[in-house]
Design a binder for this molecule. Structure first.
Ligand code: ADP
Length: 289
């Protein structure tokens, strides 16, 4: 059964530890400038992202929204350091991104936990790789598991947990390196609607505590509006940034927001843009088949 507790704010105090390699505050500025991303395919070069430019301030929560296959994950992967631009550049706090690093925590849709490690070992992995002692890594893992309400499952294996709980472990694992940036690629996409909405609220609570910069990929309009400070809308392939919509809805946000008139105004704006791009994506697929 899925259990979702409120964020345990006392966790960090309950489990004091010395491992605090970096402060999150004030860091995590992302700059994407004039970026093209091209993949080599058997049919020749494939332009996945075209001329993307984007500035994200430290502590901002920005969603990338667009139809399936438009290049959202590819753009995010360039910030992660997994994909290199063919043109343009990606900077994190003014430094060119060359490879993945512990300053960027990643949360994927699923299958991102090590199945052969316990929940706690999964969360302790990052700090251990960063060179902290196993005692400290254990303490950090306890802190973050407590924060996401999963202390009781520390010694369980991921496969014995529900999808929502596994994602909470994934978030704890990403946070355990105190990243200035959280990169989240449809992290709740595989969850049922009820679990998903609870996870969204939990994520906002965690974010308000840590103030990481969040780049969140989704094709779900409600999710993007509910979570974000800004929504960056991408066109059908090749992915271009076609709109940057500020979401000036009050925080803290709870699910009641979804039925308000103010929410609907932003949602309608996104819906119109997405419908147009989804139609374009359909047409492209029809032409290709
Ligand atoms: P989205 O996240 O919006 O669903 P993606 O970023 O995953 O879209 O993909 C954008 C486009 O790039 C798609 O056409 C996809 O098939 C292509 N693509 C993604 N990764 C690769 C790759 N490693 N090699 C070749 N093509 C890729």
């Amino acid at each position: 059964m899925m259990t979702t507790t409120r964020l345990n704010r006392a966790a960090v105090v309950e489990h004091p530890h010395s491992y605090r390699p970096r402060t999150v505050g004030g860091k995590g500025r992302i700059s994407v400038r004039d970026m093209d991303i091209v993949f080599a395919t058997t049919n020749g070069p494939h332009l996945a992202v075209e001329d993307a430019s984007l500035e994200i301030q430290p502590g901002e929560f920005v969603s990338l929204l667009g139809p399936s296959g438009c290049g959202k994950s590819t753009l995010m992967n360039s910030v992660a350091g997994f994909v290199k631009p063919a043109r343009g550049e990606v900077l994190l706090d003014g430094q060119a991104v060359a490879k993945p690093g512990p300053d960027r925590g990643m949360v994927f849709q699923q299958h991102s936990l090590f199945p052969w490690k316990t929940v706690k070992q999964n969360v302790a992995f990052g700090p251990l790789m960063a060179g902290v002692s196993s005692r400290e890594a254990d303490s950090v893992a306890s802190t973050f598991l407590s924060l996401v309400g999963l202390s009781r499952y520390a010694n369980a294996y991921p496969s014995t947990l529900s999808g929502g709980m596994q994602q909470r472990v994934g978030i704890a694992r990403a946070l355990a390196n105190y990243p200035s940036v959280l990169l989240m690629d449809e992290p709740f996409g595989a969850l049922d609607a009820q679990t998903r909405s609870m996870m969204q609220e939990n994520l906002l609570e965690i974010w308000s505590e840590f103030k990481n910069t969040v780049l969140f990929v989704t094709h779900d309009i409600d999710e993007a509006v509910f979570l974000s400070d800004r929504i960056v809308v991408m066109s059908a392939s090749p992915g271009r940034i076609i709109a940057d919509i500020p979401v000036r809805l009050p925080r803290p946000r709870t699910q009641e927001l979804l039925t308000t008139a103010a929410f609907m105004v932003v949602k309608r704006e996104c819906l119109a843009l997405i419908r147009e791009q989804t139609l374009r994506a359909f047409e492209q697929q029809n032409q290709a088949s």
